[in-house]
Write a protein that binds this ligand. Structure first.
Ligand code: KG4
Ligand code: ZN
Length: 331
């Protein structure tokens, strides 16, 4: 039968505004099923995530989502849950649920770093990357470049000094009246815009592997105040600027490390212009770009189940009940 002791792993993600549950089969190396409930519509009226509402909604969603994912399956071998970073209350809901279920089933529950989940999520794709690779993590809360030599072997190469890429998308979208979270809407609007109508800065593009995006948002605000710009053209200028910076930094990280594989993960990894920019640069410079399946770019339980399966196989012991709202992956 199976060689692995931990075959069916349930993954639970509740760090922010998505409730994600998934079942991963580590023997077949495939997802059995996964389900996500997005709270975006609920938070939209407030222009951002309201932590208390997020926690309460995770409580409502976890049991039905888990029932749906498990179907007729009665036994699992372990549970992974997002231990951090994220909203404390939201994390506590997932941790409590995971530990309660694990205790009742007599299986281990292990806490997983949310960014490790994102980093490893391309391994669930039909064309998974081999180690080592450079990972670009671009989510609502993080923008990092990481060298990944294997599971648990992460070296931080670059980080944002202020806003994350997704945050810059969301704040700029809000300035343009596109609602929350505005990343996808801003990206769509930009596709209708003419290039080159507005010249926005490319912060920190010249040197190093760190990022800074708050100035870009301020530059958009300045254009909005001083001119009467076409919103699609301004959206295009913003997307062109942020994509150019992200692509340049990825190319530099690959050059510095001498690696030839780039993995892109996190919500902004779903962005079409970013993918086109990275693919074009990859063809030009001879590196290979790997993405998670589009639906696994944003927060989900599948990436947490996958990370947990690696951690359990590597001998990670049953975990104490804890959450870490702030937590460095490489610290
Ligand atoms: O990884 P994620 O689901 O959550 C965090 O861990 O933060 O990322 C969410 C972020 C949001 O800022 C959202 O606007 C952005 O990803 N996003 C996009 C796109 N899809 C999601 N940004 C630009 N273009 C997209 N297509
Ligand atoms: Zn995330």
């Amino acid at each position: 039968m199976y060689q692995n002791r931990f075959v069916l792993i349930l993954g639970i993600e509740t760090s922010c505004d998505d409730t994600g549950v998934a079942l991963y089969d580590s023997a077949r190396r495939s997802l059995v099923s996964h389900a996500v409930h997005s709270q975006a519509a609920m938070h939209q009226a407030y222009g951002g995530v309201v932590p208390e509402l997020a926690s309460r909604d995770h409580i409502r969603r976890l049991v039905p989502l888990t029932r749906k994912v498990l179907g007729n399956i009665k036994t699992i071998d372990g549970i992974g849950y997002t231990e951090g970073p994220g909203l404390a209350g939201a994390l506590l809901v997932g941790a409590s649920f995971a530990h309660g279920l694990a205790m009742s089933l007599g299986v281990p529950a292990v806490g997983i770093h949310h960014l490790e989940g994102h980093l490893l999520s391309p391994l669930l794709a039909s064309r998974p990357p081999e180690f080592p690779f450079v990972a670009l993590l671009v989510s609502g809360g993080h923008t990092q470049l990481m060298r990944v030599d294997g599971v648990g072997r992460y070296e931080l190469l670059g980080d944002t000094q202020d806003d994350a890429a997704g945050e810059a998308f969301d704040k700029t979208a809000q300035l343009l009246g596109l609602g929350y979270p505005g990343g996808p809407a801003l990206s769509q609007l930009a596709e209708r815009g003419a290039p080159g109508r507005y010249r926005l800065p490319r912060p920190m593009i010249g040197a190093g592997l760190d990022f800074s995006f708050s100035g870009l948002k301020t530059a958009v605000l300045t254009v909005l105040r001083n001119e009467n710009p076409g919103h699609a053209d301004l959206a295009r200028a913003f997307v062109d600027a942020i994509v150019e910076v992200l692509v340049a930094k990825c190319a530099r990280a690959l050059e510095t490390t001498g690696l030839t594989r780039l993995v892109v993960a996190g919500g902004v990894g779903a962005n079409r212009q970013l993918r086109a920019g990275l693919d074009a640069q990859g063809t030009r410079r001879g590196f290979d770009v790997f993405y998670p399946e589009p639906e696994l770019c944003t927060d989900n339980g599948a990436m947490i189940a996958l990370a947990a399966s690696f951690r359990l196989e590597a001998g990670m012991k049953k975990h104490d009940f804890s959450v870490k709202p702030r937590w460095d992956l490489t610290g």
